[in-house]
Design a binder for this molecule. Structure first.
Ligand code: NDP
Length: 282
């Protein structure tokens, strides 16, 4: 563990923020673990990222989370990357190891950890709607965890194809693209269905373009949306007898993984989850 003096982590965001759920979870767990650490939420405009990274080094911050629009841009300011972050070409978590800043990506790992509470992705057929940052992180980790195949369903063909190429060529998991055209019909032999789009964020009634009548009770249906966590897709899937997984678990787990990377202490996931639910007023 880094020495016991006050350590600081940062969360670099592109937009003004009063706080964020990860900050709330981290601060609660520092307290619970008796660590005199702080997690600051800082707004860094894109054009100031290089200076912010110099500041992070010179002030000896232990690390930080990076979010939109910094997840790709931060890479050129780092000394090394984990395998997953290199494959994804995106970093959401930075850790200082000696005088080196190392980039990680914990989003996909958080999702897979959550998924494994219900099923191991090994040899499973996966349908994933979306091809943005969250989908990229999940696709890479599900692929590294030896899923049998991943069907990427996306509205914009170019973005979808880019992810499919990454999965086939670099992660070496069989992947194909379906371009969204009306409601997607889920193939009967699908094991896991994931909504990795932003549909449902802030709108419990928003509809993912998927024919819920094609869902069967053998399928596990997961959603990345954590606010509100009971999305329309998950409600519909539960009504069809599917096991469902909300986005809260992914968010909690990426925080658990980040906490361990920085502090080398295992936080209590229950404390994380309670803090998150309190923050979201659930
Ligand atoms: P991006 O903007 O990178 O990607 C958004 C994706 O959603 C794209 O594939 C986009 O398709 C698709 N999409 C958006 N609107 C529609 C629509 N109306 N119809 C069809 N497709 C649509 O976002 P991220 O991947 O970074 O984030 C996605 C969601 O994941 C966010 O809501 C975020 O909050 C959540 N998230 C949750 C986490 C957790 O821990 N639970 C962690 C990280 C993210 P197209 O390519 O065609 O534009």
């Amino acid at each position: 563990m880094p020495d016991s003096a006050l350590q600081t982590l940062v969360s670099c965001m592109g937009q003004p923020v009063a706080g964020n759920p990860t900050q709330f979870m981290m601060e609660r767990c520092f307290h619970a673990a008796g660590l005199d650490w702080r997690y600051l939420t800082l707004e860094v405009p894109a054009e100031n990222l290089a200076d912010a990274m110099k500041g992070m080094r010179s002030m000896g911050f232990q690390g930080g989370n990076f979010t939109i629009p910094h997840k790709v841009a931060v890479i050129e300011h780092l000394d090394d990357l984990s395998e997953a972050a290199r494959l994804m070409g995106a970093v959401n978590c930075v850790n200082r190891v000696g005088d080196q800043l190392v980039g990680e990506n914990t989003d996909g790992k958080g999702f897979v950890q959550s998924l494994k509470e219900l099923v191991d992705p090994v040899d499973k057929k996966v349908v994933m709607i979306g091809a943005g940052g969250a989908a990229r992180a999940i696709g890479v980790e599900v692929g590294l965890n030896q899923a049998a195949e991943i069907t990427v369903v996306n509205r914009t063909p170019e973005r979808g194809q880019e992810l499919v190429d990454l999965l086939n060529n670099d992660v070496k998991v069989t992947s194909r693209l379906v371009v969204l055209d009306g409601d997607y019909q889920v193939p009967e032999d699908t094991d896991i269905v994931i909504n990795a789009t932003s549909i449902g964020l802030g709108d419990a009634d928003a509809r993912v373009p998927l024919d819920v009548e094609t869902l069967t009770s053998q399928m596990i249906v997961a959603d990345v949306i954590f606010n509100p966590p009971q999305t329309r897709l998950l409600r519909d899937a539960a009504a069809k007898g599917c096991q469902v997984l909300d986005g809260l678990g992914m968010l909690v787990n990426q925080a658990v993984i980040g906490f361990k990377i920085w502090t080398q202490v295992d936080p209590d996931p229950k404390v994380m989850r309670e803090a998150l639910e309190e923050y979201l007023e659930l």
